[in-house]
Design a protein around this ligand. Structure first.
Ligand code: DGY
Length: 328
């Protein structure tokens, strides 16, 4: 590529205006103005001749696409933190870099986890529906009784950036913080968070009242929460998932909720997203959100900034700061 020629960037979904404008100023950018996800064949066509692909979690960046992209493709600059929708081996085999947008969505995601941790035991959505239905006839001592949050034990699965941000908030709400992770945190961080490490996930699930999934989706975490682990949880237990739907066996979860094996769930992600298990749609003890844990305008703009910084770094001859592949 001659130095005067701008890199060709293909962006698969509509991004905030300011991000799209800056991307178009900096690069030869192809946007997707109607925001409908590309089909696999449209995506393959779209990346022909592209230097950089900017996908999101709704795109399946598989080997066929990567191999069909043409020899110019140097970087997949994902708009999002999770990169489980990208075939890393195929990218690696072609020498294509992958970057993501970590950090900038951590605090917003943790806020949303806390929103679910409060809203599920306090039955907030059910209460809202009662008022809207016109059936609210005045205060009663026994109306919409929930579970007290303060003093409960929260078990966090995955104590990375988001898990730790959840722990800080949970601590402030008077929850006991427990966690399962590939390894324990350093002693100073554990002390600051007042967190207890459990090497054995099954033991932690049996001991805590609320579980929050904050680990990435990998082949190892597929159906990490299955029927057996759900049955390990306490019957007043609540499960929160803002990570990836595939970490839970969704049909086992629906069964556990119907049977009352656990008391409730707060879900932002689904195993077959955007499809939701039909039983979950009928249950009152579940709050269902449309994958919005990180959805603030601020985070989306900062995610866009990260994408641009990574692309600029590459074409200016520097290492991309948010490299996922090759690993740092
Ligand atoms: C991510 O970044 O992976 C979130 O799930 C979407 O913002």
């Amino acid at each position: 590529m001659s130095s005067s020629k701008k890199p060709k960037i293909v962006v698969t979904r509509t991004l905030p205006d300011s991000v799209e404008k800056r991307l178009s100023d900096l690069f030869d950018t192809q946007l997707n103005s109607n925001d409908s996800p590309y089909s696999q064949s449209e995506l393959i066509r779209a990346v022909q001749g592209a230097d950089v692909l900017v996908p999101t979690l709704t795109d399946k960046i598989d080997a066929e696409l990567i191999n069909g992209a043409g020899k110019n493709l140097k970087l997949i600059a994902n708009f999002g933190a999770g990169t489980d929708h990208i075939d890393r081996e195929a990218a690696h085999a072609k020498g294509i870099l992958i970057t993501n947008t970590p950090d900038v969505l951590t605090q917003d995601t943790a806020d949303f986890v806390l929103a679910l941790i409060l809203a599920v035991p306090r039955r907030l959505v059910e209460a809202d529906m009662l008022v809207r239905s016109g059936k609210f006839t005045g205060w009663t001592p026994t109306g919409i009784l929930g579970q007290r949050v303060r003093g409960k034990k929260l078990g966090i699965i995955g104590m990375g950036r988001i898990g730790q941000a959840v722990a800080r908030r949970a601590h402030a709400f008077g929850l006991g913080v427990h966690y399962h992770n590939r390894g324990p945190l350093s002693a100073p961080i554990e002390n600051e968070l007042g967190a207890r490490y459990w090497d054995d996930l099954d033991e932690m699930l049996a001991a805590v009242d609320i579980v929050s999934i904050n680990c990435p989706y990998t082949p190892q975490t597929h159906h990490l929460i299955d029927a057996k682990r759900l049955s390990n949880m306490q019957t007043h237990g609540i499960l929160i998932n803002t990570s990836r739907g595939e970490i839970i066996d969704e049909s086992a979860l629906a069964k556990a909720l119907v049977r009352g094996d656990i008391a409730g769930a707060g879900l932002d992600v689904y195993e077959h997203e955007p499809k939701v298990h039909p039983d979950l749609l009928t249950l009152q003890n579940v709050i269902l959100a449309p994958h919005i844990a990180s959805a603030t305008l601020e985070s989306r703009i900062e995610m866009g900034e990260k994408v641009m910084i990574n692309i600029r770094a590459l074409f200016d001859g520097h290492r991309c700061p948010d490299r996922v592949l090759p690993p740092r």
